[in-house]
Design a protein around this ligand. Sequence first.
Ligand code: BES
Ligand code: MN
Ligand code: ZN
Length: 495
Amino acid sequence: MTTVRVNSTDNVVSFDTDALVVGVHSGPEGLLPAPGAEGLDEALGGRLATTLGAVGFNGKPGEIAKLPTFGALTAPLLVVVGLGDAPEGDHDTEALRRAAGTAVRALAGTTRVALALPTADARQAEAVALGGLLGAYSFTRYRTNGEQPAPVVELTVLSDAEGAEDAVGRAATVSESVSLVRDLVNMPPSDLWPARFAEIAEETGSEAGLSVQVLDEKQLKEGGYGGIVAVGQGSANPPRLVRLAYIHPEAAKTVAFVGKGITFDSGGLSLKPSASMDWMKSDMGGAGAVLGALVAIARLGLKVNAVGYLCLAENMPSGTAQRPSDVFTSLAGKTVEVLDTDAEGRLVLIDGIARAGRDNPDVIVDVATLTGAQIVALGWRTAGVMANDDELREQVVEVAGRQGEAAWGMPLPEELRKGLDSPVADIANLHPDRFGGMLTAALFLREFVPEGVRWAHIDMAGPAFNKGEPHGYTPKGGTGAITRTLVGLAERYAG
Ligand code: BES
Ligand code: MN
Ligand code: ZN
């Protein structure tokens, strides 16, 4: 695991490290060293800009140049990351996270890395630390050839900002949670089935001081969790519902988070084509984010009550699987006709949402890799946010933005609700029209939100898993998306 600490900026030139990272801005007048890099140019004989020009470095975000220092600095390697045009005011924290992540990712195999990026205040120091830590993530437990370079061992954030120590400590806590979520998403479904996920939640949750309760398939059936049971009944690995609770004695508010935890989504009898199946190990990313967030909330000691529900099931076809046209009774008491067994996420979530209502929360937020339609509407990196309350939706979008997690508010058009009417049950799980599929899924969920409770739904089908190349602090595979947004939301409701 990568460690992080803070050091003052007095001795950047002579700082003892294997690689020193600085930022450089692009601009109309050429390259401009960012705060943190000022003293270095002099030590390099004023040749920083010409050297960078010679290697074709423009200072754009995502750009990186590795320069040998030939003894001009104690660090043998100077790593320059592009920060884009110099901002008028404060540095954007997401730009700092990405720059730190890009640098640390490119330095895998290096032991000690010092980050001399702009840290005018504690928030920026936290961003630099978090970006660096998340950029150091790697998932190698299934590799036997040892060819992967080891992640950076020791990060130092060079900063004189007031409160930098605490800020960097917070970054370490959050990074640990995000890394846990990434690991869970990356784990093959042969090693992560509902009961195993529940065990991991029990272990990590109790260690963080959460109270953890697990319902097994028998208790789910007896308790009336018709949706979770219906989705899980086709698998040899039965379903679970995990409840995580963090109680602060001085808390005034309670937030409830509900995560979709399909450890593998084959589609069930409405089987998916192979090409869209292999990455369905990521279909538990919502439950991962809820677990990661609850662990971070407890470790940070936020003055809020937080409960988290992990709706865990494996969606498989078999002789015991639910059939298209089956009807079940959900925990809320409403009956549901299952027209498509691949629209399973909404079936487990409605039981989690109804259960969360019993905690009398001020707000319920569910997180799910719910629809391919989210990716069609917003692309791979931007989550969709829907709510039964405009202010809450805007709050979720705003909090996500502050964490650098792209999210966009989407509507719940009333005219689409009618399409969910079932000829036999209270509601059907499929809308006949696939257009607006992200919205009809949310309209389905809305029907199960307890009366009078503010509720928001985050569809992160795209953001949960990076099928493309790594970028910034985001690796290939599991991203840990929305974990930080949930922590940020809990902070909003904390006293
Ligand atoms: N887990 C999928 C959604 C998904 C798709 C997540 C792509 C990540 C990437 C979900 O259970 C699903 O299958 N949704 C269907 C719903 C449809 C049958 C109404 C979909 O989006 O096609
Ligand atoms: Mn599905
Ligand atoms: Zn699914």
